[in-house]
Design a protein around this ligand. Structure first.
Ligand code: CA
Length: 229
């Protein structure tokens, strides 16, 4: 599986290269839109990870030009959760979106989902587009979480946090792990931020329900699981 990353932030680009390489993808990285378009036309990629704000030619420009000749799956990276950006990208033929900053697990899940949708992935271990625990359902493609059929109104961070806990359900995740995975490598982890976010997530996830799913393990961290009491 060959992936092209078009991203001009050196740190993030390097992070993506490492992460995708570790997941056994062959990765090319370029830092501007024109180089990205050029390479995308020359080489056969299975997927393109495309930043929106790029020098020379922005992500929308790359996408518009690319779609004239190619149906390669495109995952766009946007800096903010802007509906206009989403609509603009989708109209130009983007297949999916990720809002920065994102957790690595989230990126890999999207990449796998797109490759699977393209019907290509034979060797990569796949993850379902929907994660389910008890009456909690998380739709990774539409980025929607429901509990007992009720939509949970989560922020992007809370969604990422929930997804991570859900993927590793039954496993106690420390605040440090959560800080690294959810709050990105670019920032100094602030444990307090994690605690506040977990509290908010818990209020949305568990408050209205008798059966709690998000548990604190004193001195260790948090675990998402169904406990029959
Ligand atoms: Ca950028």
């Amino acid at each position: 599986m060959k992936v092209l990353v078009v991203e001009d932030e050196p740190k993030l680009a390097e992070y993506l290269r490492k992460a995708l390489t570790q997941s056994s993808y062959v990765v090319d990285v370029v830092a501007d839109g024109l180089s990205g378009l050029h390479l995308a036309r020359e080489q056969a990629y299975d997927l393109i990870v495309l930043d929106v704000m790029l020098p020379q030619l922005d992500g929308f420009g790359v996408l518009s030009a690319l779609r004239k000749s190619s149906h390669v799956p495109v995952l766009m990276l946007t800096a903010r959760d802007s509906i206009e950006d989403r609509v603009k990208g989708l109209q130009r033929g983007a297949d999916d979106y990720l809002v920065k900053p994102f957790a690595l697990s989230e990126l890999l899940a999207r990449v796998q989902a797109l490759l699977r949708r393209g019907g290509m992935s034979a060797s990569t271990p796949l993850e379902p587009a929907m994660l389910v625990l008890d009456d909690l359902e998380v739709d990774l493609i539409r980025r929607r979480a429901t509990r007992g059929g009720q939509r949970l109104d989560l922020t992007a961070k809370e969604f990422t946090l929930l997804t991570l806990l859900l993927r590793r359900r039954g496993e106690v995740l420390s605040r440090t792990v959560l800080a690294e995975q959810v709050w990105d490598m670019n920032f100094d982890s602030n444990i307090n931020v994690v605690e506040v976010a977990v509290r908010r997530l818990r209020a949305k996830l568990d408050q209205a329900f008798d059966r709690k799913l998000l548990h604190t393990v004193r001195g260790m961290g948090y675990v998402l699981e169904r406990r029959d009491e």
